[in-house]
Write a new protein. Structure first.
Length: 357
C-alpha cells in the first residue's frame, strides 16, 4: 500500500458535488429535449422493457458531470503532469473514441464490427497508458503474467466490460445504480488505501451517475443510451485496473464490485451460445429482464438489485484486509448466492406461467 497522502478534503467534497449537480441539470435539460442537436429517442423494440418512446441521451449528462468534476479536481490532486501526461492523453482519447462511436450509434446504427474495432482500439490505448492485467490477481495467487497473456487478457477484459455494461442497460435505474454503488465503493477503497486521485475520480463518476438517476428512476424520463452505458463500462474496466495497479485492491475485488453485471451478462452470453441462440442479437434473456417479464415491476426489481449491489459493495470494501482463505470463502459464498438468484428467477418465471394458465 502507498504511504498516506495529504487529502484535499475541500476538493473531495466540491468536485463530486459539482459533478452531481451538473449531471442532474443536464439530465433535466436532455429529458425535456431542450437541446435539439442531442435529441435522440429510444423507440421500443424486441429487447425493450418500455412501451413508449423515451429520450436516450442521458449518458451525455454523466460525461458532462464527470468532466466538470475532474476539471475542478485535477489542479488539487498534486499529479505530476509531465510524467502523467502520456497516460492521461491515452485514457482521454480512449474515452472519446468509445463515447463518440456510441453517440453515433445512438443517432444511427453503427455496424457491430466498427463498434468492436473502436472498443479494441480504446483497450489498446489503455494498455499502453499502463493500465494492464499483469498479475493472476486471485486470493493468495499473485503470480506475474507473461507479456503476451497480459496484453490478451487486458484487451478482452476492457472490451467485455464495455459491452456487458451496455447489455445490462435495459431497465430503468439499473445501469446508473450499478455505477453509483460500484464507483462509490471504489472511492472508499481509495480512501482506505491512501490514494486521493483514485478516490476522488471514482467519487466524481459515482456522483455524476447519481445526478443522472434523478431522471432515470422508474418510471424513467430519460435513458443512458449507448454513449452512457458503453462509456461507464469502459470506466469500470479502467478504474478496476487502475486500482489494482496502485495496489489499492487486487483485481478480483474490482470484479466482485461489478459482479451483479458481470455474472448476469456472462452467464446469459454462455447460456445463449450453449443453446445455439444468436447471442449477438437483441434479446430479453438477462435475469432482470426475465423478472420484469414475469410480472415484477421495474421498481421492485431495482430495489432488489440495490440490495444486491449494496451487499456486494460492503463485502468488496472489507475483502482486501481478509486473509486469503477467507477471501476464497467470500468468493465461493457469492458464487452460491448468484446460483440461488438464478433459481429464484426460474421460480418467478414458472409462477408467472402457472398464473397464465
Amino acid at each position: 500500500m502507498h504511504a498516506p497522502a495529504q487529502w484535499p478534503w475541500i476538493i473531495a467534497i466540491v468536485a463530486p458535488l459539482l459533478a452531481g449537480l451538473a449531471s442532474a441539470g443536464a439530465t433535466l435539460a436532455l429529458s425535456r429535449n431542450a437541446i435539439p442537436l442531442l435529441r435522440i429517442i429510444d423507440h421500443p423494440n424486441q429487447r425493450s422493457l418500455h412501451h413508449i418512446p423515451v429520450p436516450r441521451s442521458g449518458g451525455i449528462a454523466v460525461l458532462t458531470g464527470s468532466a466538470l468534476g475532474m476539471l475542478v479536481a485535477l489542479p488539487a490532486l498534486n499529479i505530476n503532469i509531465s510524467t502523467a501526461w502520456p497516460a492521461l492523453t491515452y485514457t482521454t482519447i480512449a474515452l472519446i473514441l468509445v463515447a463518440g462511436t456510441s453517440l453515433l450509434d445512438d443517432h444511427r446504427d453503427v455496424a457491430q464490427r466498427y463498434r468492436l474495432l473502436a472498443h479494441g482500439l480504446a483497450a489498446l490505448l489503455l494498455y499502453f497508458s499502463g493500465l494492464r492485467w499483469d498479475q493472476l490477481g486471485l486470493p493468495g495467487l499473485m503470480a506475474d503474467l507473461p507479456a503476451w497473456l497480459s496484453l490478451l487478457l487486458t484487451l478482452l477484459y476492457i472490451v467485455w466490460m464495455t459491452n456487458l455494461y451496455n447489455f445490462m442497460d435495459g431497465m430503468d435505474g439499473l445501469a446508473g445504480s450499478m455505477a453509483v454503488f460500484g464507483f462509490a465503493a471504489m472511492a472508499v477503497l481509495g480512501l482506505i488505501g491512501h490514494a486521493p486521485a483514485f478516490a476522488i475520480t471514482a467519487l466524481v463518476i459515482a456522483a455524476s451517475a447519481a445526478g443522472f438517476l434523478s431522471g432515470n428512476f422508474p418510471p424513467a424520463r430519460i435513458f443512458l443510451g449507448d454513449v452512457g452505458s458503453s462509456t461507464l463500462g469502459l470506466l469500470a474496466a479502467t478504474m478496476t485496473l487502475w486500482g489494482a495497479n496502485l495496489a489499492v485492491f487486487p483485481l478480483w475485488v474490482g470484479w466482485l464490485l461489478f459482479s451483479p453485471f458481470i455474472v448476469d451478462a456472462t452467464w446469459t452470453l454462455l447460456r445463449r451460445m450453449f443453446f445455439g441462440e444468436p447471442f449477438w442479437r437483441a434479446h430479453r434473456s438477462h435475469h432482470y429482464q426475465r423478472l420484469v417479464l414475469s410480472g415484477w415491476s421495474h421498481r421492485r426489481t431495482l430495489i432488489r438489485a440495490w440490495m444486491l449491489m449494496a451487499a456486494v459493495a460492503a463485502s468488496a470494501i472489507v475483502a482486501p484486509r481478509m486473509p486469503a482463505h477467507q477471501q476464497w470463502t467470500l468468493l465461493f459464498g457469492w458464487a452460491g448466492i448468484y446460483a440461488l438468484i438464478h433459481v429464484r428467477v426460474r421460480l418467478a418465471e414458472r409462477l408467472a406461467d402457472a398464473n397464465q394458465r
